[in-house]
Design a protein. Structure first.
Length: 121
């Protein structure tokens, strides 16, 4: 990798100050450092020019929100139950009844369902 200095600079490199004059050519890691830090240099080869090109980032695909299932799965996660209920007080009442019928009902889920049922009354 090579680069040509466009002006006089004195960068800190490899534990010391390096005096570089306009039109000096630098190579290797120093050239890579100067090009990648946008110092006043002209890249002299394709490898150096590639450092100036912005990396192409793939757009992050956001998964579409999953539709809640048609039927309640009371043994699913609390998030699944809440997704199925949405803001429907009738579904909340159904989920509350099913959750309370379990041997060990989830107290926080029961409280949330009670709030939704209460909001619908």
């Amino acid at each position: 990798m090579r680069a040509k200095m466009l002006e006089n600079i004195a960068p800190y490199w490899n534990y010391g100050i390096v005096n570089l004059a306009k039109d000096d050519e630098v190579a290797g890691e120093l050239a890579a450092y100067l090009v990648s830090t946008h110092s006043p240099v002209e890249p002299l080869d394709d490898e150096a020019r590639a450092l100036l090109e912005a990396p192409v980032e793939e757009p992050e695909e956001k998964p579409e929100p999953a539709e809640p299932p048609e039927e309640l799965d009371i043994h699913g996660t609390a998030a699944d139950v809440l997704a199925w209920v949405g803001d429907d007080p009738e579904r909340a009442a159904e989920a509350l009844e099913a959750e309370q019928a379990k041997d060990k009902p989830r107290s926080t889920l029961v409280k949330q369902m009670e709030k939704l049922v209460g909001a619908g009354e």
